[in-house]
Write a protein that binds this ligand. Structure first.
Ligand code: RIB
Ligand code: CA
Length: 293
């Protein structure tokens, strides 16, 4: 069972990748637009690789959604996607090979591939269209995305779903098993100033503080950990309750485009799952193991 991470390398993606690398062997990391345009995402990944000594091969994927759009989360995370209270990743010139061929080569050697998806699903949808013969090698995609309840990028839609809803629709249409680690379950795991204070690495402390400041600047005392919760769900599924659902995504609504629609009625046997509950204290402790090794 190999693990691959597809990420739009913003600040919470970095925390999630560090968590996964700390507790598992990761065979590859592919990059997509999302939190920031792809060149910035690649620079973030190259900087993290340099600072943390990553040996996992990194590849570069989609610059735009399957229909050509480019929606980013820079209005929330800033131009770099890496808000900080001081220290930042070093600027490193990023040169990475293409992602879809790398993913395809990896999948050819897998039979129960586990993919942790932390951004828009464009790379994985592109793979599905280019290499449909490889899809049965995917055991499951664990995806931070979607919203059973309210959205975050719009009132209806979570950012990763909103940035490329067609990509999700393509994967669902091809019966790729997806566990949707949605906003609601992620919101059960929050970080506060005490967690920032407890962080031992100065760079990670400043990045965690910059991430928390997103909430503090809006009058909230704590910030939901998004991508690290998805990583925790892959690493420790025993800490989560899972439920099969009928899962669809809205593509056409004027106000609801990108909304994920779930229905648990008569969903036994469905390949799509959500995580209605978790041991939030244990998940928080697992996520914090990145900051307090
Ligand atoms: O909605 C939260 C998600 O959007 C996270 O994955 C964050 O990194 C951004 O990609
Ligand atoms: Ca992300």
């Amino acid at each position: 069972m190999g693990i691959w991470i597809d990420t739009d390398m913003g600040v919470d993606d970095l925390f999630a990748v560090l968590l996964a690398l700390r507790h598992a062997t990761v065979d590859g990391i592919s990059l997509t637009f999302g939190n920031a345009p792809l060149p910035q995402v690649a620079a973030n990944a190259a900087g993290a690789m340099a600072v943390f000594g990553w040996s996992t091969p990194i590849s570069m994927g989609a610059e735009r959604a399957v229909l050509g759009g480019l929606e980013t989360a820079q209005r929330i995370l800033g131009d770099s996607g890496m808000p900080t209270r001081g220290l930042s990743l070093p600027p490193v010139n990023a040169q990475f090979p293409p992602a879809v061929p790398a993913l395809a080569r990896w999948l050819k050697g897998q039979d129960d591939a586990q993919i942790l998806a932390l951004g828009p699903l464009t790379n994985l949808a592109t793979l599905a269209l280019a290499h449909p013969d490889l899809l049965d090698r995917i055991g499951r995609i664990t995806w931070m995305g979607g919203a059973v309840g309210a959205g975050n990028h719009t009132a209806s839609a979570e950012f990763n779903a909103y940035a490329d809803p067609e990509a999700l629709a393509i994967l669902l249409a091809r019966d790729v098993p997806i566990t949707m680690v949605d906003l609601d379950i992620c919101r059960q795991v929050q970080i506060s100033e005490d967690d920032v204070t407890a962080a031992t690495d100065p760079l990670l402390r400043d990045l965690l503080g910059g991430y928390l400041d997103i909430a503090l600047s809006r009058g909230r005392p704590s910030m939901a950990l998004y991508d690290p919760v998805a990583a925790a769900a892959l690493l420790r599924p025993d800490l989560f309750d899972a439920a099969p659902v009928h899962l669809a995504v809205e593509l056409c609504g004027q106000h609801t485009r990108g909304r994920t629609v779930t229905d648990r009625r008569g969903a036994e046997g469905q390949l799509a799952h959500i995580l209605p509950g978790c041991d939030a204290k244990a998940v928080h402790a697992l996520c914090m193991s990145v900051f307090t090794p």
